[in-house]
Design a protein around this ligand. Structure first.
Ligand SMILES: [Zn+2]
Length: 381
């Protein structure tokens, strides 16, 4: 659907806790980003308070899903960071703080070419490399986006006696201000994401009701002042599309490291969780194939490397305050690579470009199913 993309920055005005699981255990961790579903819910809440659910704009935006809300990710700059793919490696001892050590093993996985001994070690300290996860601010500086965390204790209070209830002491984690890469200095905690629509009027209707600088609240304990963020809308993004360049560079990289020049290759990083179902309605997880992407020539398109992780996303119906069924998905950061005969290149390239624009699978209005094709990060080898 979406033709128009608007960048939005949410600046934290208070600590934030977006719980990873339902609060059934006594220690609950927070996510380090704001899922599109949570941001969309917060926008909808403000909209309902101002206009009610019968408002035609409300129906258009939220019921008919004419705006897609992405996940909102932490960064220092007003740009989306890179969620490191599961194929990423960095210094085993110092992790992403040794920026020179950050590399990707996808292309070696595709071609099976051996890696030199020196490339298996951190160029800064000589320690071996290991798998790594997190965010890079951008590909040039490779700064690791770090977020401060704190624990908050909470005592359950009995509604009848007004005193602390036995067994109801629990703690949860909160995101606080962000640390700068150098450490110590404190900066604003910002989360960057996009709103997408096929209509500029719909995006304008939303901004009319919820203008820049308005506050919204996301996550746990909102009544106690947690999770408050202020909105900054940025300009509509022109889709400067580097797709063909990325495709060519990726293929050149694979062939350079031993790939077959008679084949064409493309990789997909999941930028958000992918909730995909097969024809029988079962979730598609580790058994994902080209056919699940809806490609015409899928019989001739093979998976040649994959780094996949499943994830269970707990559902929550904010309006009713009740749990919803869990969603079984492939986790963001998962990577897939396909290869096919070179003769199919033109047709495949066109279809995959469209796939990158449209996303894949269910719950796309809530940020699921976003992907990047032939990301230049894979050339860090
Ligand atoms: Zn190192």
């Amino acid at each position: 659907m979406p033709q128009l993309k608007m960048q939005v920055v949410l600046k934290a005005e208070a600590p934030i806790a977006v719980l990873r699981t339902r609060a059934s255990s006594q220690f609950v961790k927070t996510l380090d980003y704001l899922p599109g579903s949570a941001v969309r819910g917060a926008f909808a809440e403000i909209f309902i308070n101002k206009r009610g659910t019968e408002d035609p704009d409300f129906k258009h935006i939220f019921v008919e899903e004419n705006i897609w809300f992405s996940d909102f990710l932490p960064n220092y700059a007003d740009e989306s960071p890179l969620v490191l793919p599961l194929s990423a490696m960095a210094c085993k001892r110092y992790g992403l703080s040794h920026t020179q050590s950050v590399q990707d093993r996808l292309i070696h996985e595709i071609t099976g070419a051996p890696r030199s001994e020196s490339s298996k070690r951190c160029p800064e300290c000589g320690e071996p490399l290991d798998r790594v996860s997190g965010y890079l601010s951008d590909l040039k500086t490779r700064k690791n986006v770090k977020i401060g965390r704190q624990l908050r204790m909470h005592v359950g209070i009995s509604g009848t006696t007004g005193s602390a209830m036995h067994g109801l002491l629990f703690s949860y984690e909160m995101l606080t201000e962000k640390e700068t890469p150098a450490g110590g200095e404190v900066t604003d905690m910002k989360f960057i994401g996009t709103l997408e629509s096929d209509s500029g009027e719909v995006l304008e209707a939303l901004q009319k009701v919820i203008p820049s600088r308005e506050h919204l609240s996301v996550g746990k304990a909102r009544t106690r002042g947690l999770g408050e963020l202020s909105i900054q809308y940025h300009e509509k993004l022109k889709s400067a599309n580097s797709f063909l360049e990325r495709w060519d560079n990726f293929n050149a990289g694979v062939v350079k490291h031993g790939g077959d020049p008679q084949q064409c290759y493309f990789s997909i990083i999941l930028d958000s969780h992918l909730a995909l179902k097969d024809r029988l309605g079962r979730p598609v997880l580790g058994d994902i194939q080209a056919a699940h992407l809806g490609l015409e020539e899928s019989a001739q398109v093979e998976i040649c490397a994959a780094f996949l992780a499943p994830v269970v996303v707990p559902g929550w119906n904010a309006a009713q305050g009740l749990p919803k069924p869990d969603t079984h998905a492939l986790s963001r950061g998962s990577v897939l690579t396909f290869c096919a005969p070179e003769t199919l290149k033109k047709s495949l390239r066109q279809q995959v470009m469209e796939l990158e624009k449209q996303g894949l699978g269910e719950r796309r209005a809530e940020g699921f199913g976003k992907l990047s094709v032939c990301h230049p990060f894979h050339l860090n080898i």
